[in-house]
Design a protein around this ligand. Sequence first.
Ligand SMILES: Cc1cc2nc3c(=O)[nH]c(=O)nc-3n(C[C@H](O)[C@H](O)[C@H](O)COP(=O)(O)OP(=O)(O)OC[C@H]3O[C@@H](n4cnc5c(N)ncnc54)[C@H](O)[C@@H]3O)c2cc1C
Length: 317
Amino acid sequence: MLKSLLLGMSRTPAVKKAVVAFPLTRRVVQRFVAGETVEDCLRTTRGLLANGLLGTIDFLGEDTTTAAQADRVTDTYVELLRRLSDEGIAGRVEVSIKLSALGSQLKGGYELALDNARVICAAAERAGTTVTVDMEDHTSTDATLRTVTALREQYPWVGAVLQSMLYRTSTDCQRQTGPGDRVRLCKGAYAEPADVAHKAKPAVDRNYKRCATILLEGEGRPMFATHHDEMISHAISEAQRNDRADDSFELQMLLGIRSDEQRRLAAKGYSVRVYVPFGTDWYAYFMRRLAERPANVVFLIRALFERPARERAASGF
Ligand SMILES: Cc1cc2nc3c(=O)[nH]c(=O)nc-3n(C[C@H](O)[C@H](O)[C@H](O)COP(=O)(O)OP(=O)(O)OC[C@H]3O[C@@H](n4cnc5c(N)ncnc54)[C@H](O)[C@@H]3O)c2cc1C
């Protein structure tokens, strides 16, 4: 109930305006978002690398409404990839892109998004790293997978994302088990209708395990994006059952969520990659993080009361 409400709010412009303007929110957002600039995100990323973790950086933005805006997002990724290369960390840090940020929602947008994604892939290749294409809601699944296929003709290392909440995903997994196929398996963060998606969490979890097994029995490089111990244990034990080396798959988590566990798994020798979002357009991403764990709403409210009185007085509430 609260989850659906928060996911609905994530797409409501009037609520966005109010939440973004609320000074307290920005402080709480810092837990999940690595600041607004390339510099901020590199600082956070260096900290993760120092703890033995890997990174995948997302320049936030899903509300691209003009081709010029899509170009700016593309330019930011190119600049970011150049900086990763200059700093000599591109081997441990890749980027994640959302096709909506690259213009897919505009008229004729998938062609535009594909062109922009190609520019980013070329920059990633120059830097010596990879790109993973995030998956958005189910209305974009086919077009996103088609875009990944088109990109892989030139850049076979491009990663796809599949969501275990969708009924179709075990079939999609079976098509992504070839040598070198990079597939990130997650549960799915969007509000989806019952005709395409499992609505009950146990069914989403069961499908996650089933899909993880399919990917691990294949020859690709699966990436398990989850904070859920049961899913992580399943992936590790299925990797062992298939005689896979610990570095033949990845465990992935989001910035600010279970950070101790990220470090613990990395210290045990697993490849743990942290998703590092940055930028000013954090609203939709932040609301999905609240929806995943209603306790985060309590965290938001508690932050209000923990603020020093001086700060409260200065900001007027
Ligand atoms: C690296 C990465 C990339 C992703 N990419 C995509 C994508 O492209 N498309 C997409 O739809 N989704 C994506 N997601 C989000 C994903 O689909 C889930 O919504 C999210 O990971 C929560 O699911 P879970 O597997 O962690 O399990 P859950 O069962 O939701 O959570 C398990 C436990 O993890 C912790 N936890 C989970 N979420 C939070 C949170 N927000 N705050 C605090 N604790 C939390 C809690 O302890 C919870 O009990 C990605 C997630 C990760 C980690």
